[in-house]
Design a protein around this ligand. Structure first.
Ligand code: C2E
Ligand code: MN
Ligand code: MN
Length: 403
């Protein structure tokens, strides 16, 4: 199968003096053997390369390219398949953009050397030549600029909820604003009495009791929040949307729990996903209105994970939206994810919704998202969930040795 791969990368400061022609002549020998054709463009700082060839060969070459230390910030922009080559028989065409006058000139030249028109491919070339993508692209620095260092640690509490039906515990994971060195919220994640996952906890409950358990369990989350003592931080809880609909007086039960723990609804954010189908949307919608009128904050959880998507957002607009881990993972190296995140940011800016990036594990992911304008983060990079207490948080600080 014929595969096409487009990536962009940035030259490392140390390789600035390299000779592009020399690089290409050695590479093209290998490419020819592998049957890889395409184009390489360089604008003095960035490369754009289109590779086409047998899918396996392209993958192997791309793996090698990613290991090449002469460039970094390698972002995959497109991976596609086609019935025929766009660069038939031309090997690797090379353009130093500093001597190309305009995008149109280059397009004409490419067409003149027999390159077949592919709208998407030409779109990437045009965008690269115009340089406009740079305004939107989140920038990440050369590696090792940031270190993550432990901050204050709060000793674990030893709350024991065993023996109360339905027995459960909560783990807290902070949602942080690294630029302000501030914790915004603690997300309460349900655990079985022995610390098991939410899935394990809910699997121990009869199906017809799940919504009830979901609502009633929250007393332990609020107790924990009350014990650790919330300052400006909030407590975020997860609810299945239908728990709000199916449990009679759900909002009042939550209000009662909150009052008992000396908290106020303004300190509570309710996270919902479309994890289970919202079968009675009108009823759900009136509970949402009620929650807002009592002062609760709302968040759409797992945005982009398949269930919680644009359609849920058109139905109600929460104060915050949490981008799912599946989009966050390796966003720094994936142009498709970057375009999706840019669209989410633009949409949330228009609607004045704040964004939390979830499941952030790598410094590069945070750096890219931070540069793109996201302010709030949750993930193992900063802190893991901690049973019955607050975990140690690692804050990014500039690594002096990197400068
Ligand atoms: P969620 O609300 O999206 O919660 C975040 C999940 O991602 C948590 O898993 C957390 O441990 C995990 N996580 C956080 N940072 C990272 C990271 O950097 N890498 C990775 N790989 N994972 C990370 P957990 O605690 O297993 O919860 C899973 C899901 O269970 C939650 O996803 C939420 O949808 C659901 N859940 C948790 N508590 C409750 C609850 O009280 N009620 C209901 N209905 N659902 C709950
Ligand atoms: Mn959540
Ligand atoms: Mn989530």
């Amino acid at each position: 199968m014929l595969a096409i791969l487009i990536y962009r990368s940035r030259i490392c400061a140390k390789s600035l003096s390299f000779n592009i022609d020399k690089l290409v002549s050695s590479a093209s020998r290998i490419n020819k053997k592998q049957g890889i054709t395409g184009v390489l463009m360089f604008d003095g700082t960035y490369f754009l390369q289109i590779l086409e060839g047998g899918a396996e060969n392209v993958d192997q070459l791309y793996a090698k390219i990613k290991m090449d230390r002469r460039h970094h910030h390698i972002v995959e922009l497109m991976r596609d398949y086609a019935p025929r080559r766009s660069f038939p028989g031309n090997g690797m065409a090379v353009y130093d953009m500093r001597s190309v006058r305009s995008a149109n000139d280059l397009m004409r030249e490419l067409v003149a050397i027999g390159i077949s028109r592919d709208e998407r491919m030409f779109g990437f070339i045009r965008a690269f030549v115009s340089g406009q993508w740079k305004e939107k692209a989140g920038r990440i620095e050369e590696t090792n600029r940031w270190l993550l260092t432990p901050g204050r640690t709060v000793p674990l509490l030893s709350a024991d909820n065993s023996g109360i039906y339905p027995p459960c515990k909560f783990a807290l994971q902070p949602i942080v604003s690294p630029s302000q060195n501030r914790i915004c919220s603690f997300e309460a994640l349900i655990r079985s009495p022995d610390g098991g996952t939410p899935q394990y906890y809910f699997s121990s409950i009869p199906e017809n009791k799940i919504h009830e358990a979901d609502i009633y369990s929250k007393i332990y989350a609020f107790e924990l929040a009350s014990k650790i003592g919330l300052g400006d931080e909030k407590i975020s809880i997860n609810l299945l949307p239908m728990s709000l609909v199916d449990v009679p007086g759900a909002v009042d039960i939550l209000l009662g729990q909150i009052r008992r723990c000396n908290l106020s609804p303004e300190q509570v954010i309710i996270e919902v996903t479309e994890d289970e189908v919202i079968s009675r949307f009108d009823a759900f919608s009136s509970e949402i209105k009620r929650l807002r009128s009592e002062g609760f904050g709302l968040a759409i959880d797992d945005f982009g994970a398949g269930f919680a998507g644009l359609s849920l957002l058109t139905k109600f607009q929460p104060g915050s939206l949490k981008i799912d881990k599946c989009i966050v993972e390796n966003v720094h190296a994936d142009g498709v994810k970057q375009a999706v995140v840019q669209a989410i940011i633009s949409c949330c800016n228009d609607l004045s919704i704040s964004i939390v990036a979830e499941g952030v594990e790598k410094t590069e992911e945070w750096e890219w998202l931070n540069a793109a304008g996201i302010k709030y983060f949750q993930g193992f990079l900063f802190a893991r969930p901690s049973l019955n207490g607050i975990p140690e948080i690692r804050w990014p600080v500039i690594n002096d040795n990197s400068i």
